[in-house]
Every structure is written in structure tokens, then in C-alpha cells.
Design a protein around this ligand. Structure first.
Ligand code: CU
Length: 286
């Protein structure tokens, strides 16, 4: 090796550590091990939802397969009073949910047609209502005539008790009046996120990947008036959860621009939560 080649090698040796040191620190989260708990599979079509009517208590992983042409979501509602289902159905479908005996536990937020939305939650023994309605219009004290609301019984089961705590997640997201906080970078790939309602009111989160050239404002406008094709691809999230409750969601992220939206309506202010500012643009990095 001649002196010129040696000098060149020396330069490379000096430059490489410098260039590495200049990179921002981006620590990839460590994926937890196998997911514990039972499984609930729900298949939504344009004519309804296929879902079990009885499950064992404890940790459950819910997967909603959207086989229809529209956005449909699933909400687990614990019914603490044995009111006739028809009355509960009326309350759920008219979005009039200010009743303390209907407890919002969340569930898979909409996935785009052909997609899957996943959520992991704790179900205690009791009587539940599963709401599997077309998602959209939060305003809305108007009926969803095509909604499906059915009963679900959560029993003690016969096998070993399922875990009663949520497994670890890679990231956490807090919901409150009126914003979202995500505690780290969102990397592309399959991610598990703990979603916590740190506010006083019920909240939900839709995670939407913006189509090229579309804006968070256009996504919010579509949610308020869902006509035509949405300017985004819905990739999951959770339906509404009550204050001080948490749920894990699993989302497949592509790199790109996303928006987080709370699609609920505030009957006191007569404004949507988006109207209060509950909308956040986020970027998913590779
Ligand atoms: Cu909200």
C-alpha cells in the first residue's frame, strides 16, 4: 500500500465515526413476545357483523376483518343495568351515550375495506353490548339504520383464568381534551400501542394514512360529512373508551403521513371533538 492509499484509508477511518455520530439517535422499540389472551374474530360485511355472543373473561385480542365496502367499527360496551336491548340499541344508535351504566371499553376502530383492525382489551364478567355500526358522522343524533347492536355475555369460563392486565406495548398514546400525545417515534411495520384515556370525557382515535397530496383537514372534513371516497386509508385505532381506561391496539404502518382523529361528538358544546382541536398530524418513519 502506497502512502497515498494509506492516507485515504486513514481519512475514511476518521470520517465514518464522525458521520455516525452526526446521526440523530433513533432507538427502535423492542417487540414484546407472543401475545397472551383469548381471541375474538369479527367479520363485518355490508349486511352485518359475524361475532360471538359469549366469551370468557380476561384479556382478549379482537380482530375485525372488514369484508364490506364501507368503514365499520366495533365497540364493546359494558351494560351495568339490565335495560332492554331495544333501549340500549336506541341510545347507541342515536349517539346519546350520557348514561353512566353504559361503560365504553373500546374496540377496533375502522379498517379500510379488505383491511383488519386489531385491539386487545380486558373484559370483566358481565353483560355487554357489541356495537358494530358503520363508522363516520359523529354529529349525530340521527339513527344509523344499518347498525348492528347485539348482546355479548362475558363468563368466568372453564379453563385457567385469562390475564387481567394488558401486556406491554411498544409505545403509548394519551387521549385528553383536546389532543393526542404519542410518547415516541412511529416506525413503519407492525406496532402495538397502549392507548390511554387521560381525559375526563370518552374519546376514541382513528388512525388514518393520508392518501398522496391529501391533508389532515380534508380527512377531518370527510369524517364530518362522509360522502365519496375518503382521502385516507383507515388503518385502525380504538372506538370510544371511558376516562381512566386503556386498551392496546396493533397497527400495520407504512412510512408516510398520518392523522389521528377523535370522531366523537360533544353534546354539551354541540361540537365535534375534532372541532375542539382533537386532530393530530403524525409522520411514520422507516
Ligand atoms: Cu375525543
Amino acid at each position: 500500500m502506497g502512502p497515498a492509499a494509506f492516507r485515504a484509508l486513514l481519512m475514511v477511518g476518521l470520517l465514518v465515526p464522525l458521520s455516525l455520530a452526526a446521526q440523530p439517535r433513533r432507538t427502535r422499540p423492542i417487540r414484546p413476545g407472543p401475545i397472551p389472551g383469548g381471541e375474538i374474530v369479527i367479520e363485518s360485511t355490508d349486511s352485518g357483523c359475524e361475532a360471538p355472543d359469549q366469551v370468557d373473561a380476561g384479556l382478549v385480542n379482537v380482530r375485525l376483518f372488514n369484508r364490506g365496502s364501507a368503514l365499520r367499527h366495533v365497540e364493546f360496551i359494558r351494560r351495568e343495568r339490565l335495560t332492554p336491548l331495544s333501549e340500549v340499541r336506541e341510545l347507541v344508535l342515536t349517539n346519546d351515550r350520557n348514561v353512566p351504566w353504559l361503560r365504553a371499553l373500546g374496540g377496533p376502530a375502522p379498517a379500510a375495506p379488505g383491511g383488519v383492525s386489531s385491539a386487545t382489551l380486558i373484559l370483566e364478567r358481565g353483560n355487554y353490548v357489541l356495537s358494530c355500526v358503520f363508522a363516520g358522522t359523529p354529529s349525530l343524533r340521527q339513527p344509523f339504520p344499518d347498525g348492528i347492536v347485539k348482546e355479548l355475555t362475558v363468563t368466568a369460563g372453564v379453563g385457567p383464568m385469562r390475564p387481567a392486565t394488558l401486556p406491554a406495548a411498544e409505545l403509548s398514546m394519551r387521549l385528553f381534551e383536546w389532543n393526542f400525545v404519542v410518547d415516541g417515534l412511529l416506525f413503519a411495520g407492525r406496532r402495538t400501542i397502549r392507548v390511554e384515556n387521560a381525559g375526563r370525557l370518552e374519546h376514541n382515535v382513528w388512525i388514518a394514512r393520508l392518501l398522496p397530496g391529501r391533508t389532515p383537514e380534508q380527512a377531518a372534513a370527510w369524517v364530518s360529512d362522509p360522502r365519496g371516497a375518503p382521502p385516507f386509508e383507515a388503518v385502525g385505532g380504538t372506538t370510544e373508551i371511558e376516562a381512566d381506561r386503556a386498551i392496546n391496539i396493533t397497527v400495520d404502518f407504512l412510512p408516510g403521513e398520518y392523522v389521528l382523529l377523535c370522531t366523537l361528538y360533544n353534546p354539551l358544546s354541540r361540537r365535534t371533538h375534532i372541532g375542539h382541536g382533537m386532530m393530530k398530524a403524525v409522520r411514520v418513519v422507516n
